[in-house]
Design a protein around this ligand. Structure first.
Ligand code: SF4
Length: 225
């Protein structure tokens, strides 16, 4: 066994579902949710991950074994929390690429990408000023992300002034249209649909893609889906 597989990780949740957001929406996937985040988004739907000492202790090997026991999937989604701030995450991603054909990381972009690989994809979700005082920190490493063709920017838009801020920041940073997905903020069908209908028109105008929140539509605001 690789020595990397014996390294420790703090796991919040490990589950088998469909990727609910971003470019692989609808794809069956294993999800490994790591513990720890200090970005402080006001609408965060995983506040139970914020405490870096929370969750449960595991090794990379046992976390992967737990996922494999849930069924077969060709996609692993590493999420959080902020998974890239987690100790041993570079080793975890390197080992994940040995075991899954495609690996995606859901990140705020707080820290630079630790690894590049043709089968490793970053879904970088930089935050808007209304969401957290640390919003600028999540845009700081944008060039490192956008220089990797496997990165998609997934910007979550809620109430005003989010849309104007998103348009301004994406233009200021000259993010190519084809790399942007806009996703409505919301935890109910009604809220998501209302925002998505507005954002659909923006996507047509700006040439961006619209991301759904498939898991909320299918299962509601639940953990482990
Ligand atoms: S970065 Fe993600 S996990 Fe952290 S507070 Fe924001 S939404 Fe929650």
């Amino acid at each position: 066994m690789s020595s990397r597989l014996t390294l420790g990780v703090r796991v919040s949740e490990a589950f088998f579902s469909l990727q609910g957001e971003g470019p692989s929406t609808g794809t069956p996937a294993h999800f490994l949710r790591l513990q720890g985040c200090d970005v402080g988004c006001r609408w965060c739907d995983t506040k139970y991950t914020w405490d870096a000492a929370g969750g449960r202790a595991s090794t990379i090997a046992s976390a992967f074994a737990q996922l494999r026991a849930l069924g077969d999937a060709s996609l692993l989604v590493v999420t959080g929390g902020e998974p890239l701030a987690h100790p041993n995450v570079a080793e975890l991603l390197a080992e994940a690429l040995e075991a899954w054909p495609r690996v995606e990381v859901e990140t705020s972009g707080l820290v630079p990408p630790p690894l590049r690989h043709e089968r490793l994809f970053y879904n970088h979700s930089p935050k808007l000023p209304s969401v957290t005082e640390r919003w600028a920190d999540t845009w700081r490493h944008l060039p490192a992300y956008t220089s990797d063709p496997n990165t998609t920017l997934k910007v979550v838009v809620g109430d005003d002034p989010d849309l104007a801020d998103a348009i301004g920041l994406l233009r200021e940073h000259q993010v190519p249209r084809g790399r942007v997905m806009i996703m409505p903020e919301g935890m109910t069908d009604a809220a998501l649909r209302e925002r998505a209908l507005q954002l659909a028109e923006v996507c047509k105008r700006e040439g961006w893609r619209l991301s759904t929140r498939l898991h909320v539509w299918l299962w509601g605001a639940k953990r482990g889906v």
